[in-house]
Design a protein around this ligand. Structure first.
Ligand SMILES: Nc1nc2c(ncn2[C@@H]2O[C@H](COP(=O)(O)OP(=O)(O)OP(=O)(O)O)[C@@H](O)[C@H]2O)c(=O)[nH]1
Ligand SMILES: [Zn+2]
Length: 301
């Protein structure tokens, strides 16, 4: 029996990378009976068949975390791509994305693409805007920096996920980081066209150390599934200062002696971030999904 990690899943086959190479495996019957469905990112044990580099997937280790869209386990961080232009940079959109991703309890870094479309003044302005985000703890990268800066960051990560709206440059960046990516994608599509009932989960691409996941479908921002009481914790700078509020359960809304509201007044917390918090609260309140249903769905995760 050997240990490895699933890096690809196509039509019931799981490609598992181990110290001894890659094996194309199938889930063993007992896994299926237990209704344990392996997903990309899972650490597993396999029974290898050396001659054919195939094997059986015998067991799945407990997951550190998991995402639903894309379906992935054990991710180390999300690299959120936002374009400086085309589509135009919007702090509101950035805040929405951050909130939505924070809800999954993963590390987040920000990458600003298409910096070449800005004038020098616009570059200065945008970078100034983003220092706030760096100060609250998000690493920020820019497409006008050498790629080596981003590569150094990835050296500390094992399984990263690229996220962002359509057209921001995810594929472009992926191809810069891994020049084989385009070819790998083409090969996978070819395999898929040949199969009949093909379902593709998500594809991992190799980086110098670790993997990067391309994410079809991570572009929608489904704020509605966040429970209203959890929303405040999706704002990192609120989270780190909330212990200074008078009430532990403070929602930073209309409670007295709220440190967060105080910090908004002094300018230490960005007014636009606080406004977004209120906006999202309202959106969640207006959503038709009752809180008890969300709680149930959350429990099932
Ligand atoms: N000027 C400029 N254009 C870029 C940059 N990055 C990407 N683009 C262009 O933006 C367009 C969209 O890029 P993609 O890499 O396909 O974007 P994507 O995020 O993968 O889009 P989806 O596949 O729809 O999710 C393409 O025409 C790219 O050539 C950049 O840094 N500068
Ligand atoms: Zn408060």
């Amino acid at each position: 029996m050997i240990k490895g990690q699933i890096i690809n899943s196509i039509s019931g086959f799981y490609d598992v990378v181990t110290d001894q190479g890659k094996y194309r495996t199938r889930a063993r019957g007992n896994l299926r009976n237990k209704r344990q469905k392996p997903i990309v990112g899972d650490y597993v044990e396999i029974q290898p068949e050396e001659a054919t580099k195939t094997g059986y997937l015998m067991s799945i280790n407990e997951r550190k975390n998991s995402l639903k869209r894309p379906l992935l386990a054990n991710i180390s961080d999300v690299l959120l791509l936002i374009s400086a232009r085309e589509p135009e940079f919007s702090p509101k959109l950035l805040d929405r994305f951050l909130t939505f991703i924070e809800e999954h309890h993963v590390d987040i870094a920000i990458y600003i693409s298409k910096m070449d479309l800005l004038s020098d003044d616009e570059v200065t302005h945008l970078k100034k805007q983003l220092t706030y985000y760096e100060n609250i703890g998000y690493p920020v990268f820019y497409s006008d920096q050498p790629l080596s800066v981003l590569k150094t960051y990835f050296k500390t990560k094992h399984l990263s996920v690229l996220a962002g709206q359509s057209g921001v440059g995810k594929s472009t960046l992926l191809n810069q980081l891994n020049p084989n990516a385009q070819q790998e994608t083409a090969e996978i599509s070819q395999t898929l066209n040949r199969g009949k009932h093909t379902t593709r989960q998500v594809q991992l691409f190799e980086l110098e150390s670790g993997y990067l996941a391309d994410t079809p479908g991570f572009s929608s921002i489904d704020i509605q599934m966040i429970q209203i009481d959890d929303l405040r914790d999706c704002f990192v700078e609120f989270r780190s200062k909330a212990h200074l509020c008078q009430f532990r359960s403070c929602q930073h809304f209309n409670e007295p002696n709220c440190e967060i509201k105080h910090l908004v007044e002094t300018g230490e917390i960005l007014q636009s971030r606080y406004d977004m918090y209120l906006e999202l609260r309202e959106e969640i309140e207006r959503s038709r999904t009752p809180e008890y249903v969300k709680k149930q769905r959350k429990r099932r995760k």
